[in-house]
Design a protein around this ligand. Structure first.
Ligand SMILES: [Zn+2]
Length: 410
């Protein structure tokens, strides 16, 4: 089985190298916008070959891009226009069918490229050198930069994982360049024998994650310190949005970034803990469609309900899931999706499912059939673990895993 992971490498640049990379990045973005304008003025053209014929000389002359890079520009612009054209056509169909009244405006003017993130092709625009150094193409030729990164990723690069394209990403607040390298690693095909343990992970707002195994072990990953902080940012963001002045907008960008990074960081920490706790396991995650239902806010006029309707920061459980799935593979585990229906209402002991199993929606789960009693937040994780176990038994019996492994994004 082949898995693609992304290694984030910190580039330790000298001031000259830093300048060279930044100039290259900005020149690349400017040429994207130049070609985009050209495409727009010529019938919103999406044909990459024709775009290249028409703009290549100008890109070289005006923006001084090396030839390899100059070829990537029309290709990228062409692809963007193709995507936008598809959206325009789909929108036309939807309007005809009366599904929507809104007209898609994505091609009303030339699309602008804002992010200066630049894609490098392996062996053409960048290569790895000895002693943790990487050679990267810039407008002034190649620069050789030392890098640091997560040990596991560095080892993979040095041991010759299959290296793909990379992205040069600039962290503006920190004035720091990173190279995001995609690595394809070969992992043994998973079998029931390589994944002997099962674990269930339940996510939610009170506890970001609760895990349970069939041996009765459980862990609560609380969001106690983090969630209120994220909510604070969300409220601040809402106020600034209303204000709408220029300085408010500037602060808004900073706050949104802080909120996002806080959540991302927490998801990293929680997912890492979970994965380290469950090596060589089949980790069950629930389908996320049900979560929205569970965290839906109540409508109402009294104080308690208004309190429940305060501005909340939407937690990205999808991100948490994909981080677990991604890290699981690096620790010889695998995440799978499990049916999430009634995971919080079903009795883990006898299977009896009803709302009344959770009297007054309190902290205790009391089965109305067999009186089995358990911490309510644990019931979901326990049930997910059990559903994961059933899938594993089925896998052992038939040799087929009847669910698709959790898709790893990025
Ligand atoms: Zn029961």
């Amino acid at each position: 089985m082949q898995t693609v992971v992304t290694a984030k490498l910190k580039l330790n640049t000298t001031p000259e190298q830093f300048k060279a990379l930044r100039t290259t990045q900005l020149a690349y973005r400017d040429s994207l916008n130049y070609v985009s304008q050209y495409a727009f003025e010529h019938g919103k053209m999406s044909n990459a070959v024709r775009l290249q014929d028409a703009t290549y000389e100008e890109i070289r002359l005006r923006f001084h891009l090396p030839s390899q890079m100059a070829c990537s520009v029309p290709r990228q612009v062409g692809a963007s226009y193709k995507t936008l054209w598809t959206k325009v056509k789909n929108n036309a169909v939807h309007r005809k069918e009366g599904k929507t009244k809104k007209r898609y405006k994505g091609l009303d003017k030339a699309p602008t490229f804002i992010s200066p993130t630049l894609t490098y092709q392996y062996k053409k625009d960048y290569t790895f050198k000895k002693e943790q150094q990487v050679s990267i193409l810039t407008l002034e030729g190649r620069v050789i930069v030392p890098y640091t990164g997560y040990n596991k990723h560095v080892a993979l690069i040095q041991r010759g994982a299959e290296i793909g394209a990379s992205k040069l990403w600039y962290d503006k607040p920190k004035k720091q360049f990173y190279l995001l390298v995609s690595l394809a690693i070969e992992t043994a095909d998973p079998t029931p024998e390589t994944h002997k343990q099962v674990a269930g992970v339940d996510v939610g707002m009170r506890y970001l994650a609760v895990t349970a195994t069939m041996q009765g072990d459980c862990t609560f990953h609380s969001g106690k310190q983090i969630v209120p902080k994220a909510n604070h940012y969300a409220r601040l963001r809402k106020r600034l949005q209303k204000k709408g002045t220029r300085s408010a907008t500037r602060r808004l960008v900073a706050i949104s970034g802080r909120e996002r990074r806080l959540k991302q960081n927490t998801n990293h920490v929680v997912s890492k803990r979970i994965v380290l706790q469950h090596p060589q396991s089949l980790i069950g995650l629930e389908h996320l469609t049900d979560i929205r239902e569970r965290t839906k806010r109540r409508k109402g006029k009294n104080a308690k309900q208004r309190k429940a309707n305060r501005t909340f920061s939407k937690w990205s459980f999808a991100e948490l899931h994909s981080m677990i799935a991604y890290k699981a593979l690096l620790h010889r585990s695998m995440a799978i999706k499990v049916d999430a229906n009634y995971t919080s209402q079903a009795c883990p002991k006898c299977g009896h499912t009803c709302k009344e199993n959770r009297p007054n929606k309190g902290l205790l789960f009391v089965c109305q059939n067999c009186q089995y009693t358990l911490h309510a937040d644990l019931v979901g994780a326990r049930n997910i673990a059990m559903r994961t176990l059933l899938l594993r038994q089925d896998w052992r019996g038939t040799g087929l895993l009847s669910v698709r492994a959790f898709c790893v994004g990025r």
